[in-house]
Design a binder for this molecule. Structure first.
Ligand SMILES: C[S@@+](CC[C@H](N)C(=O)[O-])C[C@H]1O[C@@H](n2cnc3c(N)ncnc32)[C@H](O)[C@@H]1O
Length: 257
């Protein structure tokens, strides 16, 4: 399972409170607007969040809004960092313990690549949701570290992203078609950052890459990784660094195409 890939900050940072990367705030605001899909907040709840993990992405999207709902995950999660007024239920998204049309919105952030049966899961979410379903998946193929506009460390990044689904848009379209739901909107969102200070998005993504390549899978020697990391830091100090990451964002609704 590709559990090493995530845009969330490392668990130890922030301890028991949600940490939201500044670089992603406007992206999360846009996801909230998309989930409302022109409705008033009271017409968009309750919301089902599928594959919540510790609730960080949910918190980032819902913080300070009047939406509430139920978060589900098939795994027992660690400390809950999601909104305190949301119920957390352990369940498999392919067999949801909820009645038909129980929710008026649903969302699923960075879960698609984990699913064994995306179409069956989407069909089950659509059964319980009378309203839009927001699907967000980081497109790991689009993760780039640049120095002076040229990509560096491609092989290291590929070691981290190996196994992630390609052609995400096609995957979503075919899963939706097989599930009998309609894709009403789909776009690729590019997030670019020049920051590489502690706690920044790029810093935390590099921490995740190091943890996976050097410690968990031991495919790369620490010195090699750290040399690459230093080169990026040097470039950042000179204003020549950037990291790019892409996310595919789709809205689907029950109903035949
Ligand atoms: C990368 S995490 C995403 C967590 C959170 N949505 C976020 O963006 O921070 C993927 C989560 O999906 C959950 N998951 C995977 N397959 C699932 C399924 N069939 N039903 C429910 N949850 C599932 C995993 O247990 C994991 O917590």
């Amino acid at each position: 399972m590709p559990h090493h890939r995530n845009l969330a900050p490392p668990a130890q940072r922030g301890a028991d409170r949600p940490v939201i990367h500044d670089e992603l705030r406007s992206h999360y605001d846009a996801l909230y607007d998309l989930l409302l899909n022109g409705r008033r907040a009271r017409d968009a709840r309750p919301v089902l969040d599928v594959g919540s993990g510790d609730g960080l992405a949910l918190s980032a999207i819902m913080q300070g809004t009047p939406l509430h709902g139920i978060a589900i995950d098939s795994a027992a999660t660690g400390p809950w960092l999601g909104p305190s007024d949301w119920a957390l239920v352990q369940a498999d998204a392919q067999r949801l313990p909820f009645a038909d049309s129980r929710f008026r919105s649903a969302m699923m952030v960075d879960v698609l690549e984990w699913l064994r049966h995306p179409a069956a899961t989407l069909r089950e979410i659509a059964r319980t949701t009378n309203g839009p379903i927001l699907i967000v998946q980081t497109d790991w193929e689009g993760l780039w570290f640049q120095v002076d506009r040229a990509e560096i460390g491609r092989d290291l990044v590929r070691g981290f992203t190996k196994g992630a689904p390609e052609e995400l848009r096609g995957l979503i379209k075919s899963a939706a078609e097989a599930a009998g739901v309609t894709v009403t909107q789909m776009s690729s969102v590019s997030i670019e950052t020049n920051r590489l200070d502690q706690g920044s998005l790029a810093w935390d993504v590099l921490e995740s890459i190091r943890r996976f390549l050097v410690i968990e899978s031991a495919q790369v020697r620490a010195r090699r990784f750290d040399d690459w990391r230093s080169e990026l830091q040097l470039a950042a100090d000179e204003g020549q660094f950037s990291m790019l990451v892409r996310r595919v964002v789709a809205l689907v609704e029950a109903g035949e195409t």
